[in-house]
Design a protein. Structure first.
Length: 481
């Protein structure tokens, strides 16, 4: 685990985590429970932001009449913010503290969320992309601060388990975001009502045996005609729908302000932070190992696979299964429930199994279920896509813990930035999947086949994650129970 040494806290109390016995260290010591809970709340916060955004990809695509790759630019902007700010955030945190990094992150996240108000008024797609970009400037500060902060709050032998425990509350926020999208956003979008009314008005689509993807293409063509023939009505539709979309982000801003206030008035432990000068060349040399570099690549591919699966489950439901967006979002929620439950299960299993071995086997499971999404019948295929979530549940914190294993405090801080930078996989791979859907549609003439085939991309990502897990399993330490 990371060689993080506790020092004095802001309140003057010891931040050192004492083990209950030399052979049975506690995950979180009693004196650190409140700070642990407060920092863990951030995991739920960025989980909400991540997963209320995923269904917006298809919504923006429909509202602004975009191609699949253009709609996926939402994820490019969202996760591109992580890539832009991760390393600068780490450098700032080295100069200040984990708490200061969290405060900066919350201020930036609130700013980006509140920018949804002018963006929805202007009705310019690129402004929404800018909002997502700024929000994730803040989230990059939060993740770069919170992950190593959690690792430092206790015995080094339980660091990976502690991070998995904190990360287990990330899907709580994710589920909340998905529920908000399913109940308060998607059913109230006029663009979704337009789709359903158009399909009901054309029963010949089904009698002609059109695939769900072909029906969707006809709906898109009808929307394009509607926008040209009735521009005022189309403008009203956009005004209404963009006003609905901004609601969860305004709520996110107010919740973030409340958490910001809690951090400002709380005295946090000063674990794992030093103000020593940066020895960049020495740090880079220490990071030049397969465990770390391979971990960064594995993290990037994993995050890309995760975002592709969660973003395009709505596309899969609509184009392959033939259901509407609100219904498809409930499948997404089912996947997140499985993700949440599995996170606790895998956290327990980590007490008995090498992290690398667990990671490798979960990646193999993700590969199998991804292939099931491609090749199995539609209804079974979407269930297979849901099952991918169980396999992904422990990947992020496990890769994180493995990659930083054995590093000093200073090396771990820059190393943490590299692993947060790896979230750029979530920026690059969803537009690539969208492009694959567009190209495949032109090639096969049917979006249904193209959407299926696009899930070969996450399948390929899991192959490398499995290889990385097997390699590090042979040399990595076993986590104590």
């Amino acid at each position: 685990m990371i060689a993080l040494n506790a020092s004095s806290s802001d309140s003057g109390s010891s931040a050192h985590s004492e083990s209950s016995s030399p052979t049975s260290p506690v995950i979180v010591a009693r004196e650190l429970r409140y700070p642990f809970i407060l920092v863990t709340s951030l995991f739920a916060l960025w989980g909400f932001a991540n997963d209320v955004t995923n269904p917006m990809v298809k919504s923006f695509q429909q509202i602004f009449q975009l191609q699949a790759w253009q709609g996926n630019l939402v994820q490019f902007a969202f996760y591109g913010g992580y890539a832009t700010m991760a390393i600068p955030a780490a450098l700032v945190i080295r100069k200040v503290s984990f708490k200061a990094g969290i405060v900066i992150g919350l201020i930036l996240a609130v700013t980006g969320a509140l920018l949804f108000i002018p963006a929805s008024i202007s009705q310019e797609y690129w402004l929404f992309l800018g909002c997502f970009y700024v929000i994730t400037f803040g989230l990059a500060f939060l993740e770069t601060s919170a992950n190593p902060y959690i690792l430092s709050m206790g015995d080094i032998r339980t660091a990976t388990r502690r991070l998995n425990l904190a990360q287990a509350f990330n899907p709580v926020g994710s589920l909340t975001g998905m529920f908000v999208a399913a109940v308060l956003v998607l059913p109230h979008l006029e663009v979704n009502k337009f789709r359903e009314s158009h399909i009901q008005a054309h029963p010949e689509y089904k009698s002609q045996g059109l695939s769900p993807g072909e029906i969707g293409a006809n709906v898109s063509a009808a929307m394009e005609r509607f926008s040209g023939e009735q521009p005022d009505a189309y403008a009203d539709l956009k005004t209404h729908d963009l006003g609905v979309i901004r609601i969860p982000y305004i709520a996110f801003a107010f919740v973030s302000l409340a958490i910001l206030a809690a951090f400002l008035v709380s005295k946090m432990p000063h674990t794992g932070h030093t103000e020593d000068p940066i020895h960049l060349s020495e740090t880079l040399l220490n990071l030049a190992t397969f465990k770390y570099i391979g971990g960064v690549l594995a993290q990037g591919l994993y995050v890309g696979a995760q975002i592709m699966c969660w973003t395009n489950i709505i596309e899969y439901g609509m184009s392959v299964v033939g259901i509407d967006a609100p219904t498809a979002q409930w499948y997404n929620i089912g996947g997140m429930v499985l993700f949440l439950l599995s996170r606790f299960v895998w956290t327990y299993v980590l007490g008995y199994v090498r992290p690398g071995k667990l990671l490798a086997n979960l990646a193999i499971g993700g590969l199998v279920f991804s292939l099931g999404t491609v090749f199995l019948p539609a209804q079974i295929g979407i269930l297979s896509l849901i099952c991918v979530s169980s396999c992904m549940a422990a990947m992020f914190p496990t890769i994180y813990g493995i990659a930083l294993d054995g590093l000093s405090v200073d090396d771990a801080k820059l190393g943490s930035a590299g692993l947060i930078f790896a979230i750029v996989g979530g920026a690059l791979m969803p537009p690539l999947q969208g492009y694959a859907i567009d190209v495949g549609t032109n090639f096969w003439g049917d979006p249904t086949t193209a959407v299926r085939a696009s899930f070969l991309l996450p399948a390929a990502s899991f192959i490398f994650v499995a290889v990385y897990g097997f390699v590090v399993a042979r040399t990595g330490p076993r986590v104590s129970a």
